[in-house]
Every structure is written in structure tokens, then in C-alpha cells.
Design a protein around this ligand. Structure first.
Ligand SMILES: NC(=O)c1ccc[n+]([C@@H]2O[C@H](COP(=O)([O-])OP(=O)(O)OC[C@H]3O[C@@H](n4cnc5c(N)ncnc54)[C@H](OP(=O)(O)O)[C@@H]3O)[C@@H](O)[C@H]2O)c1
Length: 450
């Protein structure tokens, strides 16, 4: 059990309400925190009771006594990030406990908050500072933030969050790869034909129009979540499955990754969404082909498909193996084997093998060996933010993104040549032009139907 004070910058925001406070509640409920305090800071004149009551519905299975503990140990302070005097007032509220500063706000505020945390000695050498994604909006801005925060904190104090890395099945990718003898020997260009990373949502931009329009799908989810999935899937074996070793291997593979083809789209009606500019050219859909320039992956295309307003919500990684030489006289397998990792919504993984159709000689049918996490372990696996905050408490940085990883990922995205923006109907598989693009670039998406 740990003791900590959480200082949340952006305490009146959506992220704090829906994710951060429920995650702290879970840590209290699961007895991961012994003594704790929450100090919420933002500009609005609000009180902590209102903030907590709005957050309560997002914390599942709330026990009254534990929630009372949250209320008793929380305070709110009006603080404008740009007013130095507000930081001196914050200092008065801080005790001796370990401090976790959570910057749950837009990246343009990161440098000023960091600067004042250091100037007024609020963040000591043993305290941790958490930076929410997105970390900048391009390579230049990310480098600027990195440069600024590295002058005031050391890298060991800095936690750049990508909440995808806290998801159970994402944590399982490396574990699966490197603890199963049957996988790793096949994990290379000799046996794998291609790798597809599919990250689709059925939702529209909703209330996030103003933010989304400045970013688009490439910067909102591909630069971070999708490229992190790619890095975990493609990296070389680390010396150990922990800490810096994993981060170094991810950085190494991202350094050698580049986009070789792209198709982008925008759903019908996007320009009329609240907060979106009327002549917006922001993409809400992207299909990418990538290559990794190393000996393990030479000649193996990676594909990423991501977007909003599509058929369904799913995040999966499909590893398509090469075809076998067919020894059957009558019929050959219609497709090669797939190993699929399902990140959400139905966490698990499956191996698609070819088998004999019962009663028929030499007739082949693909069958699935399937692991469903919920079916095996029940529905109460930890939420990503709970796992991540626990890691911050314990000083474990392995699932937080290092400075170099973030910069390599921005470099990949900055170099994408978007070309024409194709429009597509909501609830479909993307722009009609995708068919020709798929053919040209050699991909038949697994599970994405129109
Ligand atoms: N929401 C999510 O689920 C989610 C998920 C992943 C990442 N993110 C990222 O996390 C960041 C925050 O997201 P959000 O959805 O919580 O945004 P939000 O609802 O707009 O909240 C922004 C917060 O920042 C505060 N703020 C802004 N300028 C300030 C200033 N000058 N001084 C003091 N406080 C200031 C706001 O306080 P006042 O309104 O009181 O001024 C508010 O508390 C964004 O970069 C977003 O992309 C969000």
C-alpha cells in the first residue's frame, strides 16, 4: 500500500470526471492506497462536491464508505495555469507525502505548468509528473515540450500516458510473444505475410469536435495508440520483459518504421458537427501501409486502418501467416492462418487454423482456437487508468512512453502524404475508394465489412 497526494490540473474536465477520479477510487477500494489526498485545480469556480458527484457515476460498484473517504480527502483550488500567485497558494496545501501531479489538460499548457511546478519547488525530485496524451500536435511541438520538461525534471519523474498501454490485452502482447515457444520462431518475414492493425469506432466526434478538428484520426489515435501496438508487435526481444528494455526496443523499431501508402477520408456530415470548421479538411479515416526497415520484417507490409463513424467499434491486431504449399488434390485452404489479438471490445485472442470439414474428404474449413478474457477471468479486470496510476505510484515506467518513442512516432505521422480526402457514409467500412487502394496495396482487411 502506498501514500500519495494527487494534484490534478484540469480537475473540472471530462477526463478527470470520467477516468481519473474513478481510477483513484478503484485504488482506494482495492486497498492499493493507504493514506491519500486529491487536490483538484482548474480555472472555474466550482466546489469539490460537485466535481466528485459528477464523477461518481463513472466509478463502478461504489461502496458508500469508501466513496466517503474520497470526499473527505479531496479539495479543490481555483488555479489559472498562467497565474504564478496561484501556484504559491497551491504550495500551502501540499504535505510531505509523495506527490503525483497529473496534467489532465491540453498539451499547449504543459510547458507553463511544468515551469511553475519547478520554479515554486512544488514537484520535488522524488515526485512524479504525469502528462496526458496528446503529447504535442507534431514533431516540433513534442520536441519543444520534451526540451522544456527535461530542463526542470529528470526522465525518471516523467510519465507520458497513452492509456492504450494500460489495457489488459496490450500488456499481453509482449507476454504472449515471449513466453510461448510456438509463437516467437514464426514471428518474422519467413512465416508472416502481413500484419493488420484495425482500430475503428462507430461513434462520431460528438462533443470533441473542436479538439478533433485540430488533430484528425492520424494525430488522435494513430500517432499514439496504433503505433504503440505496432511497436509492441514488431519489436525485437528485449533483454528482460520490463522497464527500459521494452521502451528501448519499441523506440528502435519505431525509428525504422515509415508509411509507404495512405488513403484518408472524412465522413458525410462531419463539417456540420459542433466545433468543426465549415470547410474542414481534417481526416476522420485513414488506411496506411507501413514498412519496417530491419531484417526481421523486410518485405512484410504492416497496415493500419483507423477511423470514426465506421461499422463497429473494434481494436484488433491480425497476424496473417504465409500460405502453405497445398498438397491436397481437390481443394486447398481458402486463406492462410491468422493469429488475432483483440484489444477491445471483446478482449482475447484466437488462432485460426484449417481443419477438415466433418464427413467430407479433403474439404477444408477454417476453425478458431479462441481465448476470451471475460469468459475465463470474469468481467472485473482493472480499467486502464487504474493500472497506469498504480504504476505511477510504484515508479514503474515500462508502459509509459519515453521521449524518443514519442518523437519517432510524430516523425512517422508528420511524413504521411495525405493526398485527396475521400468522403464516406456513416456506418460503412470507409470511403468507396478504399477498395481500389486495398487491391493496389495488397490488403484484404480481416473482419472489416461494409
Ligand atoms: N476526455 C477524455 O476521455 C480524454 C481521453 C484521453 C486524452 N484526453 C486528453 O486530455 C486532455 C484533457 O481532456 P478533457 O476532455 O478533460 O478536456 P476538457 O474537458 O476541456 O478539460 C480541460 C481542463 O483544463 C482546464 N483548463 C484549461 N485552461 C486552463 C487554464 N488556463 N487554467 C486552469 N485550468 C485550465 C479546464 O478548466 P476550466 O474549464 O475550469 O477552465 C478543464 O478542467 C486533452 O488534451 C484531451 O485530448 C482526454
Amino acid at each position: 500500500m502506498k501514500d500519495a497526494t494527487f494534484i490534478i490540473f484540469g480537475a473540472t474536465g471530462d477526463l478527470t470526471r470520467r477516468k481519473i477520479i474513478p481510477a483513484i477510487y478503484k485504488l482506494v477500494k482495492n486497498k492499493k492506497l493507504r493514506s491519500f489526498r486529491i487536490i483538484g485545480c482548474a480555472r472555474s469556480k466550482k466546489n469539490i462536491q460537485t466535481i466528485l458527484s459528477q464523477s461518481k457515476k463513472f466509478a463502478r460498484d461504489v461502496q458508500a464508505s469508501r466513496w466517503r473517504k474520497i470526499v473527505k480527502n479531496s479539495v479543490y483550488q481555483v488555479l489559472d495555469f498562467y497565474k504564478e500567485e496561484d501556484y504559491t497558494q497551491l504550495a500551502v496545501l501540499l504535505g510531505k507525502q509523495q506527490r503525483i501531479f497529473y496534467l489532465a489538460t491540453a498539451p499547449e499548457h504543459f510547458h507553463i505548468i511544468s515551469k511553475y511546478l519547478a520554479k515554486y519547488k512544488l514537484a520535488r525530485k522524488t515526485d512524479n509528473v504525469v502528462y496526458e496524451k496528446p503529447f504535442g500536435h507534431d514533431l516540433y511541438s513534442a520536441k519543444k515540450i520534451n526540451k522544456c520538461i527535461s530542463t526542470v525534471f529528470n526522465e525518471k519523474q516523467i510519465y507520458r500516458i497513452d492509456h492504450y498501454l494500460g489495457k489488459e490485452l496490450v500488456g499481453d502482447i509482449t507476454l504472449m510473444r515471449f513466453t510461448n515457444r510456438i509463437l516467437e520462431p514464426l514471428w518474422n518475414s519467413k512465416h508472416i505475410a502481413q500484419i493488420q492493425i484495425v482500430m475503428t469506432e462507430d461513434l462520431l466526434v460528438g462533443k470533441r469536435g473542436g479538439f478533433y478538428d485540430k488533430y484528425g484520426v492520424l494525430k488522435d489515435v494513430v500517432q499514439n495508440h496504433a503505433l504503440q501496438l505496432l511497436a509492441l508487435t514488431a519489436m525485437e526481444a528485449p533483454k528482460m520483459l520490463s522497464g527500459e528494455y521494452i521502451r528501448s526496443e519499441k523506440a528502435r523499431v519505431l525509428k525504422r518504421t515509415q508509411v509507404t501508402a495512405a488513403l484518408v477520408g472524412q465522413y458525410h456530415g462531419y463539417k456540420s458537427e459542433p466545433g468543426v470548421t465549415k470547410n474542414s479538411t481534417t481526416e476522420t479515416f485513414a488506411a496506411l501501409q507501413l514498412k519496417i526497415n530491419n531484417s526481421r520484417w523486410r518485405g512484410v507490409p504492416f497496415y493500419i486502418l483507423a477511423g470514426k463513424a465506421l461499422v463497429k467499434k473494434q481494436t484488433s491486431i491480425h497476424i496473417k501467416f504465409k500460405e502453405v504449399h497445398c498438397l491436397l488434390a481437390k481443394s486447398c485452404p481458402s486463406d492462410s492462418n491468422y493469429f488475432t489479438i483483440r484489444i477491445q471490445p471483446d478482449n482475447g485472442f484466437s488462432l485460426e487454423l484449417n481443419s477438415k470439414m466433418p464427413g467430407k474428404k479433403q474439404a477444408i474449413i477454417p476453425v478458431n482456437m479462441d481465448f476470451c478474457e471475460k469468459c475465463r477471468f470474469g468481467p472485473n479486470t482493472p480499467e486502464a487508468y487504474e493500472t497506469l496510476l498504480e504504476d505511477v505510484l510504484c515508479g514503474d515506467q515500462s508502459v509509459f512512453v519515453r521521449k524518443d518513442e514519442i518523437e519517432y512516432a510524430w516523425k512517422i505521422i508528420d511524413r504521411v502524404r495525405k493526398g485527396k480526402i475521400y468522403s464516406y457514409k456513416k456506418g460503412t467500412g470507409g470511403p468507396p475508394a478504399l477498395d481500389a487502394w486495398n487491391k493496389k496495396n495488397g490488403v484484404l482487411w480481416k473482419e472489416v465489412s461494409k
